[in-house]
Structure formats: structure tokens, C-alpha cells
Ligand binder design. Structure first.
Ligand SMILES: [Zn+2]
Length: 239
């Protein structure tokens, strides 16, 4: 059963909790009418947290996944957690410390795109570290230079914001698409762009911080050779 959920994180990634109603429960997970939980996608892991019922019981949410339909969000309960009933009201609260670290790293990967020229072929964010693959031949990437440029752009405190453009505008501006592995989700009339003001602009549906200074110091841990033209840049929080 597919249900469109109101995605509160899309307009405000800093929302840590919301009141919501249970609209469906099945073996795949729990669906709410609205949520602050981000479902895994675009290289960013799904949120974890709790759904607190009005009688005080808490349902631990171990993961969040996309359902079949657009805007369908599955809250995946931890094993042996309480099972809520359809129609119940809950307070949905994400593990904010975890999500905030993911938001900082996610935004950092956008910044990395602005430092390294070359098409992005893949990427992954996990807790405390992240990686991005670039289609770059040979040994053109200088680890120290990239790390210095990245931290300079972090410290510069660039504003980060989202804006929407129509599918038509995106077709007319193919240079906006830096990632080859993940096509922007067209077909719904509009596409969400993430803009680091004056630095980078690309389609993205993930969660981001508001200013690059929030990322904090980053260390490039290693650059790996992952195929003839594929270079993997690994990074992590430096402190
Ligand atoms: Zn993004």
C-alpha cells in the first residue's frame, strides 16, 4: 500500500520532531501522514529515532526507506519494538545528533564537487565519513591541494539554500547535473536544486546545513584508484 507522506524535512532540514498520525502498518514498516524522517537516498542513510505514542510507549525506528510511490516513506521499526495501531497519534523524533553529522557531510560532498572538476560517478555517506567517486584519468588529483581548498570553502561560511526549477528548465541547463550515477528525479514537473551560494548548484533531494561553516574541519583520508577513470576521494571529520 502506497501513501504520500508530507515530507517536512524537505522544507526544513533542522526539524527534529513533529506530531503525526499512523496511516498504515505492514511488514515493510510504518507510514505516517507527515514526517521529519529522511528515507535513504542520494547516498544519504535513512534516519533513525522514535515514535512516541500518547500512552508513553515508544517505537524505536532503526531505519527509514522509500516506499514504491513518490513521497512514500517507510519507518522501519527495530525488532521487538511496540506495534502501533492505524489512526494513533505519535510524536516522531529523529536521532538529531546522527542526522546533523550526516547533513554536515552531505553538504561537504557538494563542496567537494566544486573543488574537483570531473563527473561524479557515485558516492556514499556514513556516520563520520563519506566518499565521492570522480571520472578523472591518471593521477591528476592532489590530496593536499584538495583538502586545503575544501577547508578554505568550509571556513568561508557560504550560505546554503534550496530552490526549485521546472523539468523544462533543467533540460535546457544540462550543466547543472554533475552526477552521472543518480539522475535527478524529473517527471513531477519540478526539480529541487541545492545551491551553495556563489560556489555550486546541482539537483539534490537530501538534507543540508544552512552554512558551510557548520561542517567544521575535514580531513581527506585517502584517494583510491577504483578503475581506469574512477578516483574515490574519502573524507572524514578532522575532529
Ligand atoms: Zn545534497
Amino acid at each position: 500500500m502506497a501513501v504520500a507522506t508530507e515530507l517536512l524535512f524537505r522544507d526544513d532540514a533542522y526539524l527534529q520532531r513533529c506530531m503525526a498520525r499512523i496511516v498504515a502498518v505492514d511488514e515493510h514498516g510504518i507510514r505516517l501522514d507527515r514526517t521529519v524522517f529522511y528515507p535513504m537516498g542520494g547516498g544519504q542513510p535513512g534516519d533513525r529515532g522514535t515514535l512516541r505514542l500518547t500512552d508513553g510507549r515508544a517505537v524505536a525506528i532503526a531505519d527509514t526507506r522509500k516506499g514504491e510511490a513518490p513521497d512514500d516513506v517507510l519507518h522501519v521499526p527495530a525488532p521487538d519494538s511496540a506495534s502501533p495501531a492505524i489512526g494513533e497519534t505519535v510524536e516522531a523524533a529523529i536521532d538529531w545528533d546522527y542526522r546533523y553529522r550526516l547533513m554536515r557531510l552531505h553538504t561537504c560532498l557538494h563542496l567537494l564537487c566544486s573543488v574537483v572538476s570531473g563527473a561524479v560517478t557515485g558516492g556514499q555517506i556514513s556516520d563520520g565519513k563519506a566518499r565521492l567517486d570522480f571520472d578523472v584519468p591518471g593521477n591528476a588529483l592532489d590530496k593536499d591541494r584538495i583538502e586545503a581548498a575544501l577547508n578554505e570553502r568550509i571556513r568561508a561560511g557560504h550560505a546554503v539554500r534550496t530552490r526549485w526549477i521546472s523539468d523544462d528548465e533543467l533540460v535546457k541547463s544540462p550543466e547543472l547535473v554533475r552526477t552521472m550515477s543518480v539522475k535527478p528525479p524529473t517527471g513531477q514537473g519540478r526539480v529541487r536544486l541545492l545551491e551553495i551560494v556563489g560556489v555550486d548548484l546541482q539537483p539534490c533531494g537530501g538534507t543540508h546545513i544552512k552554512n558551510t561553516a557548520e561542517i567544521g574541519p575535514i580531513a581527506l583520508t585517502k584517494i583510491e584508484n577504483k578503475g581506469r577513470q574512477n578516483r574515490r576521494i574519502n573524507l572524514a571529520f578532522a575532529e
